[in-house]
Design a protein around this ligand. Structure first.
Ligand SMILES: Cc1cc2nc3c(=O)[nH]c(=O)nc-3n(C[C@H](O)[C@H](O)[C@H](O)COP(=O)(O)O)c2cc1C
Length: 414
């Protein structure tokens, strides 16, 4: 068997070493209680399974930096040191077998269900379109002082993550949440230093990065997940995204994970409506690989590409072409947490993950049954059961409805 590029180690700019190129992308676990504390035993089983499963980098599901702004029921919250022991135990489980464990930090901004938070804030007081309005209220625009306080919160949470033993953090700058709202000319129409020009719109992401770096030091991984584009008229474009990557690379970011889309247009889950893929991208599996090739031509910062990878051939080709350094995998590792090990042992050439479709266009375009199905597999692993690899459309619909009712009708994440 020829050696796999995906099994080769990689050293990040801060000096941290990933033992291979398999990069478990963030998946919101939604396992916490209403207090946002770490559900320790379930997290230990879930992250233990991923660490044992062989991935070189494991990114956690999004952790909220402010308990007044959560994005879905069951989010873990990290805003002070009161649950340090819980986070430390989570970190120990996820770092087994020498895996890198990065905590994804998030503030949802206005992409936060109205019934979960007392108030909703965002760069500008712009509401969503009619169908989104049923769940998300029109936000209040943040003041300059509030923006500075949120930046400080990202840094505080990162410093506590470091103290708890996480090897790094990833700023969630993708999928329509707060950082991504600041970047978007559609959602950010501020006239102060945080809005207007592309330079001003990227200031928030850069300041969050700088604040984390200055609190956590040069030897801690600080990464970001960014959209290649929002796939919305008047939204964040590919050219703007390339400029943000260039700026963050210059500032010293350790890794940029490329994704795309928002919950108005779910390109990150492969929604064809949001982002019709070119033949070339389709042939290469990964939804955002062409964009990564463009980024690679402009910057030398380490890249991860997430979305669509399902075969060893697709993975090896992307690495051989130099389009990316890491292979982001979410759904494949929800149904087979040990897929990286099995690939490296030559036991598997293709992931068992398959699209989940119900035939109901409204849900399928937003990937809601798909999210419910995979989130259910995270719960199974966390409870010590074997995850399932497939379902029927009817079962997926039923599961989605059951879980939506249980969680008071709120089904937004990622
Ligand atoms: C159940 C589930 C939860 C997710 N939660 C997050 C999240 O918390 N943060 C994030 O950046 N992306 C999240 N995502 C998106 C994935 O990280 C990834 O971008 C997307 O699933 C495409 O990758 P894949 O084709 O390998 O699944 C989630 C995806 C799923 C299926």
């Amino acid at each position: 068997m020829t050696a796999l590029r995906s099994s080769e180690p990689f050293t990040l700019p801060c000096g941290a070493r990933a033992k291979n190129r398999f990069f478990k992308a963030a998946m919101s676990e939604a396992l916490a209680g209403g207090d946002g504390r770490v559900p320790v035993a379930r997290m230990e089983r879930l992250y233990g399974a991923w660490a044992e499963g062989g991935a070189g980098v494991i990114v956690t599901g999004n952790v909220m930096i402010d308990r007044r702004a959560i994005s879905e029921p069951g989010n873990v919250v990290l805003e002070d040191r009161s649950d340090l022991e819980g986070f430390s135990r989570w970190a120990r489980a996820g770092r087994a077998r020498d895996a890198q464990l990065w905590m994804q930090l998030n503030h949802p901004g206005k992409q936060a269900p109205a019934n979960l938070n007392a108030e909703t804030v965002a760069p500008s007081a712009i509401g969503y379109t009619a169908e989104m309005k049923a769940v998300f209220r029109t936000p209040r625009a943040l003041t300059g002082d509030e923006i500075r306080a949120i930046i400080e919160r990202f840094a505080t949470s990162a410093a506590i993550a470091r103290e708890a033993g996480f090897s790094g953090v990833q700023i969630h700058g993708a999928h329509g949440y707060l950082v991504s709202q600041f970047l978007s000319p559609k959602h950010n129409v501020r006239e102060d230093e945080w809005g207007g020009t592309a330079e001003n719109r990227m200031r928030f992401a850069r300041e969050v990065y700088r604040a984390i770096r200055s609190k956590c030091g040069l030897d801690f991984v600080v990464a970001v997940k960014l959209n290649s584009a929002d796939f919305q008229r008047g939204g964040f474009t590919e050219e703007e995204s390339l400029a943000v990557i260039e700026a963050l690379a210059k500032d010293g970011i350790d890794c940029v994970e490329v994704s795309g889309g928002t919950y108005e247009a779910a390109a990150m889950m492969g929604s064809e409506k949001a982002a019709p893929q070119s033949e070339r991208s389709r042939a290469r599996e990964a939804y955002f690989i062409e964009f990564a090739t463009k980024a690679r031509a402009r910057v030398s910062v380490p890249l991860a590409v997430t979305g669509g990878f399902r075969t060893v051939d697709g993975i090896e080709r992307a690495l051989a072409d130099g389009a990316t350094d890491f292979i982001g995998l979410a759904r494949p590792l929800a149904c087979e947490p040990d897929w990286p090990s099995r690939v490296m042992r030559g036991e598997s050439r293709e992931s068992a993950a398959r699209p989940v479709k119900t035939g109901v266009k409204f849900f399928d375009e937003r990937a809601l049954p798909e999210l419910s199905f995979y989130e259910a597999q995270l719960r199974r692993i966390a409870d010590g059961e074997a995850p399932l690899t497939s379902t029927t459309g009817a079962k997926a619909l039923w599961e989605m409805t059951k879980y939506a009712l249980k969680t008071a009708g709120t089904r937004r994440r990622a």
